[in-house]
Design a protein around this ligand. Structure first.
Ligand code: HEM
Length: 437
């Protein structure tokens, strides 16, 4: 293993693989935005190749990635009716999440499972037009298998598989479990797609799966775009995986940080009471009238730092970044954590300080170095959806409940995880703010 440091660039050679870690807002932006066309691809990962075989969105590259991404982007970015439908789906799930939390009144509880089910249901509703009860076996299996696979994928042994695949194939290890989990997940999703195909109506599309099934026939001649049932299952798996882990982690941070900062929680609740009141559920248009809440949510994401290294990119041609030569095929890792904590961008990088996102008049202030979703053409596909979810879930919960630490148990802000960071499991107490809605 050979390593080298060049300013904010750290380079490492492992077996035949060269990995470059780029830090700081200026250089990360150079990679993701200014030179985006040179870093659009994902690195070849023998482990993920075995799982996805070049399909799906998050690990694929080239023309096939572009066409699949375009399809789901157009579904997610629909404006007007499409956006209203997404809002309704989230609002409906807010009701179920609040009911689940209401049941815990009085006793300390771990909010992970209810939140995880709620955000997975948003994806299930968009993709399959169906939500699950929070204790449904199908949902719990899906969540357990995805969570376990994500956790294992970040383990050092899984990375070793990518460096020495033919050697590692001879042994049992995390890769065996990952492959096993993905096979089960694919089986589950393909069964659902087949049921969907049976009652598919060309004149009425209920969800993303219906629209995609329509494309399979239309795009049959364009074999490289790979609109197939198999690829649909891989893409859906991507949406579940990328859409539930980071969302659950973010919403858990929301509750944890509100319990740790009661004065901030009170100020958010005052804004909710003033703008939304208690007689209706929050909706997306409220966002523009709630600068303090928006600032708090942005600061939670900045501090939460869910994907500290984003997802790896790969150099598709020889290039130089800040006079440093990066040859084609180099794995480029963008240190998003260094941007979210960049001393030259944030007044108090190490503190929870919502004023980072407010100007002197208390108006919301967008910040260029706010990059939890990454940036450029390969940035998070679900950014808009995630922002809607974060706002609606958070305001619905704080409209009804106050969150606090269990008596005599200090809440820890220690993190765990590898690819996706989350707060360590915690218990929290909830009290109802008003007798009735
Ligand atoms: C707070 C929640 C979320 C955060 C912080 C987050 C963050 C990210 C980041 C940092 C990336 C890597 C971008 C890069 O490679 O430069 C990413 C990719 C991705 N995200 Fe998200 N994400 C969130 C929620 C979601 C949701 C709800 C969905 C589902 C609709 C989603 C779907 C995806 C997909 C499919 C990719 C891969 C995109 C590609 O490779 O083209 N994410 N996300």
């Amino acid at each position: 293993m050979v390593s080298e440091i060049y300013g904010d660039i750290f380079s490492l050679r492992l077996a035949s693989q060269r990995i470059v870690l780029v830090s700081g807002y200026r250089l990360v932006k150079e990679i993701l935005v200014n030179q985006r066309h040179n870093f659009l691809d994902r690195p070849v990962s023998p482990l993920f190749n075995e799982v996805h075989q070049g399909n799906g969105i998050s690990t694929s590259s080239g023309y096939r990635w572009r066409r699949q991404r375009q399809f789901f982007e157009s579904q997610l970015k629909k404006i007007g009716e499409g956006k209203r439908k997404q809002e309704l789906i989230i609002q409906q799930e807010c009701i179920f999440l609040c009911e689940a939390i209401q049941e815990k009144k009085g006793l300390p509880f771990n909010p992970h499972s209810a939140i995880n089910s709620a955000v997975a249901n948003v994806i299930a509703s968009l993709v399959f037009g169906k939500r699950f009860d929070y204790d449904a076996t199908d949902l719990l299996n899906l969540l357990h298998l995805t969570e376990e696979a994500t956790l294992l994928a970040g383990s050092p042994l899984a990375r070793l598989y990518d460096a020495f695949p033919s050697l590692m194939k001879r042994f049992k290890g995390p890769h065996t479990k990952i492959l096993d989990n993905y096979a089960k997940l694919m089986g589950f999703l393909k069964k659902r797609i087949e049921t969907h195909k049976k009652d598919w109506d060309p004149f009425s599309h209920r969800d993303f799966a219906d629209v995609y099934i329509g494309q399979i026939d239309k795009q049959r001649k364009d074999r490289d775009a790979a609109f197939t049932v198999d690829n649909l299952a891989h893409c859906i798996l991507d949406l579940f995986e990328a859409g539930t882990g980071p969302m659950t982690s973010t919403l858990r941070w929301c509750l944890l940080l509100m319990a740790k900062h009661p004065e901030v929680q009170r100020e958010v609740q005052a804004e909710i009471d003033c703008v939304i009141g208690q007689s209706r559920w929050p909706c997306l248009v409220d966002r523009v009238s709630m600068p303090y809440t928006e600032a708090v949510l942005h600061e939670i994401q900045r501090v939460g730092n869910i994907l500290p290294l984003g997802m790896p990119h790969s150099a598709s041609r020889d290039t130089t970044v800040s006079n440093y030569f990066i040859p084609k095929g180099t794995v480029v890792v963008t240190n998003l954590a260094s941007v979210l904590n960049d001393k030259t961008e944030w007044a108090r990088p190490q503190q929870f300080y919502p004023k980072h996102f407010l100007d002197d008049q208390g108006h919301f202030r967008n910040r260029e170095a706010f990059l939890p979703f990454s940036a450029g053409k390969r940035a998070c596909l679900g950014e808009n959806l995630a922002r809607m979810e974060i706002f609606l879930f958070f305001t619905s919960l704080l409209q009804r409940f106050t969150f606090s630490a269990p008596h005599g148990v200090p809440l820890s802000i220690e993190v765990h995880g590898s690819l996706v960071l989350s707060p360590k499991p915690f218990h929290i107490c909830v009290s109802h703010r008003h007798a009735k809605h």
